[in-house]
Write a protein that binds this ligand. Structure first.
Ligand code: AMP
Ligand code: MG
Length: 412
């Protein structure tokens, strides 16, 4: 038994819209214990959509379409479905009422094109759309199931959670469970992580361990397939313990946790405060910390001191220091940290300066040179980094290294 997704929409193939529906549905199907074998993206073209749907229904047991349920002429999903399964389209009064109410609530007259959205293939069960006009539908076709969902993720997801997933869980009870755990590290290159866990990456089914590098760091994903949740958890725990013992302090979090979330939690637990003076990261560190609700408890001040003048007059860095060592230097990072801490009367002060590129690098200080200092009540910690990547990646990596420095200090 396996599923197939058909993502419908010209905009997906033109690269204008990222196909996030497939990634969401893929995860959902895994959690239901249903194998996903195929995904096809097709444009809003009658003949191609017909061909793709016909093939999907022929080779897969569950076919889920997304998109093409709107009121405009390019939205043809229901029409083509009705042709493929050879069922008539019938006006569904409950659906029409729902569409009318949608416009009534927004105090707009209903355009007559929207009536078309209430034409449902005979025998299909319409799914209510709480946020838009396009209904979804579930059709049981002998042994197969066809589910049509709207394209906008905000409309599609609630329909899956409320209707489609429970329907599939009931119709195809899973006889196994798949669980995953993401172990997140930062501060090591992919090759270094690889070296430490090489043998673990060779894990054989029912376990799978994958390594994923991105700007925030390197993650290890453990997946286990077992007869019960408990058994899968046990399998994961064994490997996770091994990984944790190898990567130790480089691990900052797990699953959906971001570094700023972990740092926020630690700040709250330790009841400490911080102020940040940043240059090359342009406010990114302050932004990331304030992404977390309740951050005013520990984040007291952030200054983006971009020019030499602002470093001098707002943060008291002597002109001579700037001249002698340059704005991108260990010495300036040090003073940024110390002075912002004093200015804001916080427990910690963070100073970051660097060259984000692509221009501005020199032989001594190439693009990617970043200096970070963390002033604490007792001492001042500092780091010099040589990062790689384009401007965005460099800034992200610098912010990650700075937040990690804060985390390491706080958890000690
Ligand atoms: P439609 O139901 O075809 O009218 O789609 C309406 C909108 O939903 C599109 O313009 C996209 O912005 C969005 N959308 C459609 N398909 C997808 C998809 N596979 N992933 C993410 N967004 C999508
Ligand atoms: Mg469309």
């Amino acid at each position: 038994m396996h599923a197939e997704i058909v993502a419908i929409g010209t905009e997906l193939l033109l690269g204008k819209t990222i196909n996030t529906n497939v990634s969401y549905l893929g995860k959902k199907l895994v959690s239901l214990g249903i194998d996903l074998f195929y995904e096809t993206t097709v444009d809003d073209n009658e003949i191609r959509l017909y061909t793709v749907l016909k093939r999907a229904l022929h080779r897969s047991d569950v076919v889920i379409t997304t998109g093409g349920l709107g009121p405009t002429v390019d939205d043809i999903t229901l029409e083509i479905i009705s042709q493929v399964i050879q069922k008539r389209l019938i006006l569904n009064h409950a659906v029409l009422k729902n569409i009318r109410e949608h416009f009534h609530r927004r105090q707009i007259a209903m355009p007559k094109e929207n009536v078309r959205q209430a034409l449902i293939p005979e025998g299909a069960k319409p799914l209510k759309n709480e946020l838009g006009t396009a209904p979804g539908l579930i059709m049981s076709l002998e042994k197969k199931v066809l589910i049509a969902l709207p394209g906008p993720p905000a409309e599609m997801k609630p329909m899956v959670e409320r209707d489609a997933a429970p329907y599939l869980a009931k119709k195809f009870p899973a006889n196994w469970v798949i669980l995953s755990r993401l172990v997140k590290t930062t501060g090591l290159a992919e090759s270094q992580v690889n070296q430490k866990v090489k043998d673990i990456l060779n894990a054989k089914p029912p376990l799978n361990v994958g390594i994923y590098a991105h700007t925030e760091g390197v993650d290890l994903n453990i997946t286990a397939k077992a007869k019960s949740k408990r058994q899968a958890e046990k399998l994961i725990k064994q490997i996770e313990t091994k990984i944790r013992s190898r990567l130790k302090e480089y691990i900052y979090g797990q699953d959906a946790q971001s570094l700023e979330e972990v740092v926020a939690k630690t700040f709250k637990a330790k009841k400490k405060t911080i102020a940040i003076a940043e240059s090359c990261t342009g406010g990114l560190i302050s932004k990331r910390l304030t992404n977390i609700s309740g951050s005013s408890q520990y984040f007291l001040l952030g200054i983006v001191a971009y020019s030499n003048q602002s470093k001098q007059f707002l943060l008291g860095i002597p002109q001579e220091t700037l001249k002698k060592f340059g704005a991108v230097s260990k010495e300036v990072a040090y003073l940024l940290a110390v002075n912002i801490k004093q200015l804001a009367k916080t427990d910690l002060g963070l100073g970051v300066t660097g060259i984000a590129g692509p221009k501005g690098g020199t032989k001594e200080k190439p693009v990617g040179s970043v200096f970070i200092a963390l002033a604490t009540p007792r001492k001042i910690l500092s780091r010099e980094l040589h990062l790689h990547g384009d401007r965005n990646a460099l800034r992200m990596r610098a912010s990650q290294a700075a937040l990690e420095m804060v985390r390491r200090y706080l958890v000690k």
